[in-house]
Ligand binder design. Sequence first.
Ligand code: IDP
Ligand code: MG
Length: 138
Amino acid sequence: MEKTLLLLKPDAIVKGVCGQIIDRFEKRGFKIAAIKMVQLTRKQAEIHYYEHTDKPFFHELVDFITSSPLIAMVIAGENAIKASRFMMGSTNPIDAAAGTIRGDFALNIRKNIIHGSDSLISAEREIKNFFTEKELYL
Ligand code: IDP
Ligand code: MG
């Protein structure tokens, strides 16, 4: 079964909308394979977002994602990666359709509520940055 890493970013916790977001994935038919609350170290955040190292917003991104705890989870199901990216909506919430998570819960590109892996290769790499093999229940 395909797996993907989701992060309910610090703003999702501050806003108190994590339950509503998890509910959408469960209703869609995905199974939770792992879940934990964690405050990222800068090192772990830099590993997670390494592809953006050279972007002008990298420092701001790491500041934000490490600012307070987040919820990391692995969900499993058919086409988990593509389906969850559609459910999340566009990176910039202003462009995200109503009915998507970012379209319904966010307004700001930095505080855009959720992360989801964008490919099989990144899912595999990102999951390993958060969970050991033993922590995955499939
Ligand atoms: P994604 O989260 O939709 O995959 P990416 O392009 O991988 O989007 O960017 C990672 C995260 O970096 C985004 O979710 C967003 O929070 C943040 N980000 C992207 N572009 C900008 C920007 O121009 N300014 C500030 N933050 C940005
Ligand atoms: Mg991305």
